[in-house]
Design a binder for this molecule. Structure first.
Ligand code: KE4
Length: 435
């Protein structure tokens, strides 16, 4: 073991004795890329230090939340002040209203919002609300999109349009996923066929508008336009899962990008998480008043949570939103991210390595492919072994990207020109070894 992993290895062995796989979320275990996860001791700005004291430039940022970088002074101050006043009350607070009002200000498709503690909880609740509000059971999701680990959403494509999905996880009974139809992302044809077959029974279409769970795949404008039209035509709700893209790709999320491209476009329900909690456990879902008022205690759709709207988490989220709402924030973040992608592309192409990339705001994806994939099957054509060598080459040089080729990456406001330059210098070295 090289010195840089000794302490990480020791901790990993110790962790595996008491936590399944040594991690509290599977992707952290490095099983897709091999090797030992780095146990983080602390983080600051665009960097974290592992258990051996080695510093990394962090392009995960807790999988999206840390858009300001770690330990932003205004956010830290807000959290410390809130903590002194109490960690949790199980009673309403003014700050929940403030955060709700702030979210609604930036996401005009939502008239009301309910705060919860994780993206999974938000997605699960939005799904139940869509079913409750329409009185329908069937739903459409897309291969390659991840909406958290609620049973009805852990589904892989069935054998055809007429058949419904099969569970992707043990412990999920077939009955629970019998109403979930999984289609190919960006396939207008499959969408048309599914609505022709099941339109009157469909409660919703749930989609990641930019699919960060298959690295970075955009819904094409014709596809997204058709999703919107068919949902309207058949009385199904269009549910935008913006847990990753919300406040990450733009202040108004991915829906603001599509609203500029598709006249009259807006989703019916939106699921949010990550950035709105600023790194603390906080997520949300929202939509039109008429739909949201179907929720308990007003309506028949039950939904609840002990720590929902937690006073410390809402302080963290509110302070984060106030910083990212400042003029020029996303212009600067987007420019920095595009610069990183362009630099990586030229480094790869200098070595004759197939490489393509895309980004929006502070979210990016790159593929060791000649052209940007439009769906999951194409993403998975990436040569895994080559990606893994790229991952470890960068990791050894103190650059931490997602430990899986199907995950997106994130740039924060704290990433400096020096961080970007160091990343590109490391990439130039590693691409030489990949020829
Ligand atoms: P959480 O329950 O992990 O807070 O959110 C679930 C979720 C829902 N929707 C989207 C679009 C998401 O990306 C996520 C969570 N994303 C993963 C990363 N791909 C979180 C990392 C992890 O699972 O450890």
């Amino acid at each position: 073991m090289t010195p840089s992993t000794d302490r990480n290895d020791v901790l990993f062995e110790r962790a595996k004795r008491v936590i399944p796989g040594g991690v509290n979320s599977p992707v952290r275990a490095f099983r897709a890329v091999g090797g030992t996860p780095r146990f983080v001791r602390r983080a600051q700005g665009a960097h974290f230090w592992d258990a051996t004291g080695k510093r990394y430039v962090d392009y995960i940022g807790s999988w999206g939340p840390m858009i300001l970088g770690h330990g932003h002074p205004a956010v830290l101050d807000a959290v410390q002040k809130a903590a002194v006043d109490g960690f949790s009350y199980g009673a309403p607070t003014e700050r929940e209203i403030e955060l709700a009002e702030e979210i609604l200000k930036f996401v005009p498709s939502m008239e009301m919002v309910r705060l919860v503690s994780s993206g999974t909880e938000a997605g699960m609740s939005a799904l139940r609300l869509a079913r409750g509000a329409t009185g329908r059971s069937k739903i459409i999701k897309f291969e390659g999109c991840y909406h958290g680990h609620a049973d009805a959403l852990l589904v892989k494509a069935g054998s055809g349009l007429a058949t419904f999905g099969n569970p992707t996880s043990a412990g999920v009974p077939a009955e629970v996923v019998q109403h979930t139809l999984v289609l190919e992302y960006n396939s207008v044809q499959q969408l048309e066929e599914a609505f022709a077959l099941h339109g009157p029974d469909l409660a919703c279409v749930m989609i990641e508008p930019i699919a960060g769970n298959m690295n970075f795949v955009r819904a094409s404008v014709p596809f997204m336009k058709r999703c919107h039209e068919l949902c309207r035509q058949h009385g199904a709700l269009l549910v935008f899962d913006e847990v990753m893209t919300g406040f990450r790709v733009a202040l108004g999320g991915a829906q603001s990008v599509y609203a500029r491209l598709i006249p009259g476009f807006n989703p019916d329900l939106t699921v949010l998480g990550k950035v709105i909690g600023g790194g603390m456990p906080l997520a949300a879902f929202g939509g039109p008043r008429a739909v949201m008022e179907q929720l308990a205690p007003l309506g028949p759709v039950y939904q609840a949570g002990t720590l929902s709207g937690n006073p410390v988490a809402t302080a963290c989220g509110l302070a984060t939103l106030r910083e990212i709402a400042k003029p020029g924030f996303y212009e600067a973040l987007g420019q920095k991210t595009r610069g990183l992608m362009a630099g990586l592309k030229s480094a790869a192409e200098a070595q004759g390595i197939a490489f393509c990339a895309d980004s929006e705001g502070g979210m990016f994806g790159f593929f060791l492919l000649t052209e940007l994939p439009q769906n999951y099957a194409t993403v998975m054509k990436t040569e895994g072994a080559k990606f893994n060598r790229l991952f470890h080459g960068l990791l050894d040089r103190g650059i931490y990207i997602a430990p899986a080729l199907y995950e997106a990456g994130f740039v924060s406001a704290a990433h400096s020109e020096e961080d970007i330059a160091a990343t590109l210098a490391a990439a130039r070295e590693v691409f030489k070894t990949l020829r």
